[in-house]
Design a protein around this ligand. Structure first.
Ligand code: SAM
Length: 245
């Protein structure tokens, strides 16, 4: 994005030209992935490239009150894709994949790069669809020990544990403040070993329950993010002023 000018190429250019059929002089809203929305007037449009002059730039107030990082154990099939899409819509800031003792899926070099690229594409599309101007960063996969080593960088680290019987997730975030960095760790289909739970608690993670029912890993991740982001959203967000397509 040159000063004052936006150049769009690839599928988004094709969508503007052939699907939306926008023309020279029409106005578009472009989210730059860092929290701003640029209103711009189209100067030239083809299927390959769209160039638009920026006429206004606005901050987009759709981000969550807290910075939530979801640590998701690698899981079979499309479960992680579903979690990436829904957690992005819900408002997470980051996501890190990890492996643990009982993860069934073991990443191999090329395949994991391809999966990360696909997950990042899903995150970008979900951020656009939900009107977010920030696209969550996706990282990993890291090992469980490496994940625990990141805990000091958070204001609150939570380990979703189905055998936890005293602290509900909602209670654990009741005192969270706007701007807090929160980590939610969700285990694989086979869950965490007792040793891993003990290591996480020793590393200052708080074990939390999502209720008396055993949830699938993808359900636990999506429900956990929803609970944290809802409980910490202090007031209804101001309705965003209507933006052009
Ligand atoms: N270990 C159990 C088993 O073998 O059926 C369940 C593991 S569960 C499918 C996968 C992950 O979801 C768990 O590691 C945990 O992080 C999370 N989870 C599922 N139900 C939960 C609950 N009621 N409370 C907290 N976390 C839960």
């Amino acid at each position: 994005m040159a000063q004052g000018q936006i150049t769009i190429r690839g599928p988004q250019a094709r969508q503007i030209c052939s699907v939306l059929r926008l023309q020279v002089g029409d106005t578009i809203a472009a989210l730059d992935g860092s929290g701003c929305c640029h209103i711009a007037r189209i100067g030239s449009v083809t299927k390959a490239e769209v160039i638009a002059e920026i006429t206004d730039t606005r901050p987009v107030e759709t981000e969550a009150a807290v910075k939530l990082t979801l640590a998701q154990a690698l899981a079979k099939g499309n479960k992680v894709e579903l979690v990436v899409q829904k957690a992005t819509e819900l408002g997470i800031s980051e996501m890190v994949m990890f492996t643990s003792e009982r993860t069934i899926v073991r990443p191999d070099g090329d395949r994991i790069e391809a999966r990360l690229a696909r997950w990042r594409s899903i995150a970008r599309e979900a951020a656009e669809q939900s009107g977010r101007a920030v696209i969550p960063q996706l990282g990993g996969p890291v090992g469980f020990t490496e994940l625990l080593a990141q805990i000091p960088g958070f204001d609150l680290a939570l380990l979703a544990f189905e055998n936890e019987n005293s602290l509900l997730l909602g209670e654990a975030v009741a005192n969270a403040k706007a701007g807090d960095r929160i980590l939610l760790i969700v285990g694989p289909e086979g869950g965490f070993s007792e040793k891993e739970v003990s290591e996480a608690v020793t590393a200052d993670a708080v074990s939390v329950s999502l209720g008396a029912r055993i949830l699938r890993t993808e359900t636990a991740a999506i429900a956990g993010c929803a609970i944290i982001l809802h409980e910490t959203e202090r007031e209804c967000p101001a309705k965003q002023q209507e933006l052009p397509p």
